[in-house]
Design a protein around this ligand. Structure first.
Ligand code: NAD
Length: 502
């Protein structure tokens, strides 16, 4: 915790302004209003491109969490009694509110996360309004009651949802919040303390919808001070979390006493398998692009490239050529195509992984732990490619969360599948082959929640989530919606008029 000093206080409810300094915000959003946090300390917010302190937010307090959960519980009966269409209607104006605020949202993402201007505009913010509109459209897909023998099976809102989210896509929390609200749950969200200002601004837009007080609440603060009391709160029915495996494990412990239902979206170490006969250059360059998205900070990124052993050098050469096209630099400069990683801790972690790759004998094809040329400050990492990576090396096993690609050779298809499945994770992956049929056959052997088939692109409405340590449950589309429902069986007497004919 640090302090900007007493003079830095911004008026409660005032929008953040000034891109080099976002000021101090001391509020949380509870019961339909921005109110002063009960927290007595502060979380610093640092611009990763300049290493400057640009703002402060409440450090977090269990009193805020209690108040927010209380407000959400109080709002639950009314909100859950409305129809899914009424709830969709109540939120329908949000995409239109986002459009005029888009430039501000982009500036905040660039300042807090270090995403390049183009990535912030096209992905972080550019997909937000349409994504929310699409999620609201799920109202049309909600499965109706089902008749199973004498039982009528219905789905009901699960209750109060706690949502804890990471910094790499601050607006990603809406893939939790919108389906939860649509399902009839009320929500207490805790965004990451690393990138909170973008969420404050979005919360101001949600406020303009005029939802019933308490339906949507936001608390601020660190994991231990705000996240932990939220996860442990007996008033929470579902806790949906996106973040690291380590924190996911802590959260599961917090949920245990209340048997709170978890939805966990955790890390990944996804592999792209390039089979003989695949469009080789496209596959290698496409994997490197995928690995470097959002400055290398995407949970589902394909960070391991698996090629036939005899083509390892060729793959390394193509990957190095593609990496040399990346320009690390200030994310605000249109010429920059690779921004910094998010903070000093992450920077040291990524450099540590790069050093371990060198020490353990992988071939450093390009990049390395030095600062990129011409960059004097900021948490910038050179676009890095390792070849001759063995499956047991640290860089082949652990999530790095930076622009570092590991290229591994395999002997045959079985070996490729064994290597791909040979980590603790199981989030995503890719198979490149000479035909979609062949790629799908191999993809079915991967123990992951999602697999890209040849040049197939990401679909936010398909289920997304992990096998093994990559998580529990799914987000996206109707699968994500159903995580926020309970199932109830009503046993009907013979001849009941409530039975569904059929
Ligand atoms: P993190 O686990 O450090 O923090 C995530 C959130 O958890 C933050 O809001 C943090 O304040 C909170 N938190 C921390 N400790 C807590 C505790 N003890 N109890 C409750 N809450 C706590 O992760 P991060 O560094 O913010 O994000 C990076 C990680 O997120 C990576 O591992 C990445 O793979 C993962 N991630 C996963 C997905 C996915 O969908 N699978 C998506 C994005 C990011």
């Amino acid at each position: 915790m640090t302090s900007l000093g007493a003079d830095a206080t911004t008026p409660v409810g005032a929008p953040a302004s000034g891109r080099s300094g976002l000021g101090r915000r001391d509020e949380v959003y509870i019961g339909g209003a921005f109110v002063r946090s009960a927290s007595s300390d502060w979380c610093p917010v640092v611009n990763p491109a300049t290493e400057e302190l640009i703002g402060e937010v409440p450090g977090g307090s269990s009193a805020d969490v209690d108040a927010a959960v209380g407000a959400a519980r109080a709002a639950f009966d009314d909100w859950s009694s409305r129809s899914v269409y009424q709830r969709a209607q109540a939120m329908a104006g949000l995409p239109e509110l986002i459009e005029p605020a888009a430039d501000e949202l982009v500036d905040l993402i660039v300042a807090e996360v270090g995403a390049t201007l183009a990535w912030a505009r096209d992905v972080h913010v550019g997909r937000l309004a349409a994504g929310i509109a699409g999620l609201l459209g799920l109202a049309d897909q909600v499965p109706g009651p089902q008749q199973i023998r004498q039982s009528l099976v219905v789905r009901e809102p699960a209750g109060v949802v706690g949502s804890i989210s990471p910094w790499n896509y601050p607006y990603g929390f809406f893939t939790k919040v919108v389906p939860a609200l649509l399902a009839g749950c009320t929500v207490v969200a805790k965004p990451s303390e690393v990138a909170p200002f973008s969420v404050y601004r979005l919360t101001e837009l949600v406020h303009q919808l005029g939802l019933p007080p308490g339906v949507f609440n936001v608390v601020m603060g660190s994991g231990p001070a705000a996240g932990a009391p939220l996860a442990a709160h007996p008033g929470i029915d579902v806790l949906t979390f996106t973040g690291s495996v380590r924190t996911g494990q802590e959260i599961l412990k917090s949920l245990a006493p209340n048997i709170t239902r978890p939805v966990l979206e955790l890390g990944g170490k996804s592999a792209a398998i390039v089979l003989p006969g695949a469009p080789f250059e496209q596959a290698v360059a496409g994997t490197l692009w995928n690995c470097y998205m959002n400055n290398g900070q995407v949970c589902g990124a394909q960070t391991r490239l698996l090629v036939p052993a005899e083509r390892l050098d060729e793959a390394a050469e193509i990957a190095a050529k593609a990496a040399s096209g990346y320009v690390p630099g200030p994310p605000t400069a249109p010429s920059s195509t690779l921004g910094p990683v998010v903070n000093a801790k992450q920077y040291e972690r990524v450099l540590g992984f790069i050093r371990s790759g060198i020490t353990q004998g992988a071939t450093l094809v390009c990049g390395g732990p030095e600062r990129p040329d011409g960059v004097e400050r900021g948490y910038f990492v050179r676009p890095t490619v390792f070849s001759d990576v063995r499956p047991d090396m640290t860089i082949a096993q652990h999530e790095i969360f930076g622009p570092v690609l590991s290229v591994l050779g395999y002997r045959d298809e079985d070996d490729a599948v064994r290597i791909a499945n040979g980590t603790d994770y199981g989030l995503s992956g890719a198979v490149w082959a000479s035909s979609d049929e062949e790629a799908v056959r191999v993809a079915r052997r991967l123990r992951t929640g999602q697999v890209q088939i040849n040049s197939g692109v990401f679909n936010g409405f398909a289920p997304f989530g992990g096998f093994r340590k990559s998580g529990i449950g799914r987000e996206g589309g109707i699968f994500g919606f159903l995580e926020y429902c309970e199932v109830k069986a009503l046993q009907l007497p013979a001849g009941s008029p409530m039975a569904i004919a059929g």
